[in-house]
Design a protein around this ligand. Structure first.
Ligand code: ADP
Length: 303
């Protein structure tokens, strides 16, 4: 089944991506609410067709830990990518001051399962693991999005954007060629994402570094970041430390990660993820309202 723009009713804007907006849309023939991501690229017809063909593999397999792909089409040189709508958005806007260990464990289980699925079923390395690319819904589901399925799309995006490099593993910074990108680099990015979710901020940020160079050199030469011992168990801290081994070949595989005492324990435990998501959304909305009010007050002062 092919989706096209005429069948879509545009609802609201969900966010702005690096290459265009993400919109909530209603697919009239099926009654499904979707998220439609616009990717603005100056590409010729051949390349656009290649991207659509490469995206087609996503129709073949589905996983509960991966945001479902509904279809893509292009208009002029823009690619429109339609996917499952996740009503609580991305984790980067929800973690607040940091997530409690049981929630962190359930998020980790979903991320590791999603990454393992991509690798085993689709032979894909994600290449962009970070909290922004983990979407959640109010039922408590946690799913990965924005993985590098289409080689042509990745290549075209890489050309138009240098991007934020900060989740890059040390070996990617020092070797700087795409060919050295292996599954182990995704495991490093997973570790950095978990530290960010636990601390409530990106570990190499917060004005600690005066330049991108200083930040990258801390990743390459410094000790890897750790979780605070007062709030996270030893099993949890060990898990993160294994992901953040500076030597890529020493990092565990996804199967080994799923087999760790930490994930084994939380796989069996019931955690009310829906309640956590709902609470986190309320706090996010309260923060947005407070900010709006502060801006309003400033405007009133000026007038
Ligand atoms: P980019 O990767 O180009 O920066 P994103 O994928 O991060 O763009 O999209 C921007 C924002 O749109 C996200 O932060 C998220 O809030 C929202 N968004 C993206 N995909 C979805 C989706 N499937 N469901 C709901 N919201 C989404």
């Amino acid at each position: 089944y092919k989706i096209n723009m005429n069948e879509l009713m545009l609802l609201e804007e969900l966010g702005k991506g690096q290459y265009g907006v993400v919109q909530k849309v209603h697919h009239v023939p099926t009654g499904v609410t979707m998220a439609m991501k616009e990717i603005r690229l100056e590409l010729d017809q051949t390349k656009l067709n290649q991207i659509l063909m490469e995206l087609d593999v996503l129709h073949k397999s589905q996983s509960p830990c991966i945001v479902e792909f509904y279809g893509a089409f292009f208009i002029e040189s823009c690619v429109y990518y339609c996917m499952e709508y996740m009503d609580a958005g991305s984790l980067d806007k929800l973690y607040g001051d940091g997530v409690p260990e049981p929630v962190l464990a359930k998020i980790t289980l979903a991320m590791v399962r999603g990454l393992k699925f991509l690798k085993d079923e689709l032979a894909i390395i994600h290449r962009d693991v970070k909290p922004t690319n983990v979407l959640v819904d109010t039922k408590g589901s946690v799913k990965l999005c924005d993985f590098g399925v289409s080689g042509q799309l990745e290549q075209s995006l890489a050309k138009t954007n240098i991007g934020c490099q900060s989740y890059m593993a040390p070996e990617r910074i020092t070797t700087a060629t795409a060919s050295t990108y292996t599954v182990q680099s995704d495991i490093w990015s997973l570790g950095i994402s978990l530290v960010e979710l636990a601390l409530g901020h990106y570990p190499y940020g917060g004005g600690k570094f005066d330049s991108v160079f200083a930040q990258l050199s801390a990743i390459v030469n410094g000790a890897p970041p750790e979780l605070p011992s007062d709030r996270y168990s030893q099993d949890c801290r060990d898990f993160v430390a294994k992901c953040l081994n500076k030597a890529p070949t020493e990092r565990p595989t996804y199967a080994q990660l799923l087999d760790t005492p930490w994930l084994q324990k939380y796989d069996k435990e019931e955690v009310d993820m829906a309640a956590w998501v709902t609470g986190a959304l309320e706090k996010k909305n309260a923060r947005a309202a407070a900010q709006h009010e502060a801006e309003q007050a400033t405007t009133d002062q000026i007038h």
